[in-house]
Design a protein around this ligand. Structure first.
Ligand code: HEC
Length: 166
């Protein structure tokens, strides 16, 4: 009887396992539902920190969806799920963004980084990340991209956690 119980248990486990492993990943969800569901922005725009002096700017769900699209098209290859594949020690998590010199955890400083990517200690330019010049993305566009990255770092479950692969 006991053996049968174990067998049924293992069988149940075998059936459930694929469901867990194949559960949809947040990054693959459609733009708007990801933004509303995981970034928690829907009908009301959200105020996001522009700088360390307390200035904020409103971003709508459409802004963040546009930012998400830019991210998917230009950054996802190296930064899937907020990780940094070529250098996992520098993920896009909020803790990592805050810990950089200077911090990259508000819109203006993140945009400054994207305009001229620097090494984590801020000592020199880095050529590993993808630079976003003005000739490619104008200010409103690069701000939407930065807003998406920041909002994901603040709210998306699992964003930039180092052991995302496991
Ligand atoms: C070819 C791979 C690659 C692409 C494409 C890329 N990055 Fe990066 N990114 C990196 C690497 C590597 C680093 C770490 C660089 C370093 O510290 O020297 C990095 C660092 C960063 C950081 C700093 C993270 C921190 O914790 O301080 C941000 C923010 C960032 N990338 C955003 C972006 C955005 C937004 C895009 C799309 C426009 C992008 N990256 C495209 C490879 C890439």
């Amino acid at each position: 009887m006991l053996r049968r119980g174990v067998f049924v248990f293992l069988l149940g486990l075998l059936m459930i396992l694929p469901l867990v492993l194949l559960a949809p990943q947040p990054v693959l969800a459609a733009a708007d539902s990801y933004v509303t569901r995981y970034l928690k922005v829907s009908s009301e725009p959200v105020a996001m920190d522009l700088d360390a002096e307390g200035h904020t700017r409103l971003f709508s769900a459409e802004d963040l969806s546009a930012g998400k699209k830019l991210f998917e098209q230009n950054c996802l290859n190296c930064h899937v799920g907020g990780a940094t594949l070529p250098d996992p020690t520098v993920p896009l998590s909020l803790a990592a963004l805050k810990g950089a010199t200077p911090p990259r955890s508000d819109i203006n400083s993140l945009v400054a980084y994207l305009r001229e990517p620097m090494t984590y200690d801020g000592s020199e330019e880095t050529f590993w990340c993808r630079q976003v010049p003005e000739s490619w993305l104008k200010q409103p566009e690069v701000e939407k991209l930065a807003a998406f990255v920041l909002r994901a770092a603040q709210y998306a479950p699992g964003w930039g956690v180092e052991n995302f692969e496991s």
